[in-house]
Design a protein around this ligand. Structure first.
Ligand code: C5P
Length: 236
């Protein structure tokens, strides 16, 4: 299951912008992440079209609702034939188990399912103050605990910072996937990301998939940036 790869975060607000970006990639079919912005702008048809074009898709909608609602929603997403979907581990183990039931097709196949533990935009102070999580628990304690919940619920992995990959693998096993955003080239612009690593460092730290947006989508030559990323991450 551990096919290491680079996933391009397609944070565009229209299909036209996405297609113009993809036109650069003649003959290549990168793994793409479609998030809320593009999905809400264009609806499920954008997913069908990208699948028709032969790309793998990580549909990053971070579901979090009552188990019954998440189960039904996941069954709709599964029918779109996406490869990877996610939810918030904070929705409880019952919600994660319901999500897996919803995702599983009649023939037993299903997309991979990963959980958000704590968003990388949540720091320890907000976690204690806004979320009322016990002050004796560190951010790492919570990430580890939520990852273990995800594993116990049958999920395939988590979205986390590359800096948390090692602790997740230690707690949940080497096969438990870590999908990590917050990746920048050593000579690149960090933008609004704070805790960043390079593709090579993410590999070293144990990431299975790196999610890379602006360093590729805003590059003067997106294909060259994607290939550089692949090369540095896969070490080829
Ligand atoms: O442009 P950039 O490389 O920062 O894009 C990273 C992508 O990963 C964005 O789509 C962002 O929403 C997503 N992401 C993140 N941090 C998380 C979860 C998702 O940056 N914790």
């Amino acid at each position: 299951m551990n096919n290491k790869d680079v996933i391009i975060a397609c944070d565009f607000n229209s299909k036209e912008a996405l297609y113009a970006f993809l036109d650069n990639f003649t003959g290549k079919k990168p793994f793409l992440k479609i998030g809320m912005e593009l999905f809400y702008a264009e609806g499920p048809e954008i997913v069908r079209e990208i699948k028709r074009r032969g790309h793998k898709i990580f549909l990053d909608l971070k579901l979090h609702d009552i188990p019954n609602t998440v189960e039904k929603a996941m069954s709709v997403l599964s029918a779109l034939d996406v490869d990877l979907v996610n939810l918030h581990a904070a929705g409880t183990n019952a919600m994660m188990e319901a999500a897996l039931r919803g995702l599983t097709r009649e023939d037993g196949t299903r997309p991979l399912l990963i959980a958000v533990t704590q968003l990388t935009s949540t720091d320890e102070e907000r976690m204690h103050h806004d979320l009322l999580i016990d002050k004796t628990k560190s951010l790492q304690d919570v990430v580890r605990y939520y990852a273990q919940n995800a594993k116990a619920s049958g999920l395939d992995g988590v979205v986390c910072s590359p800096l948390e990959s090692a602790l997740v693998k230690e707690a949940c096993g080497a096969d438990f996937l870590t999908v990590t955003p917050g990746v920048r080239f050593a000579d690149g612009d960090a933008g609004d990301q704070v805790r960043i690593t390079t593709p090579a460092k993410a590999r070293e730290l144990g990431s299975d998939y790196i999610v890379v947006g602006r360093p590729i989508t805003q590059a003067a030559d997106p294909v060259a940036a994607y290939e550089r990323c692949l090369k540095e991450f896969l070490g080829e």
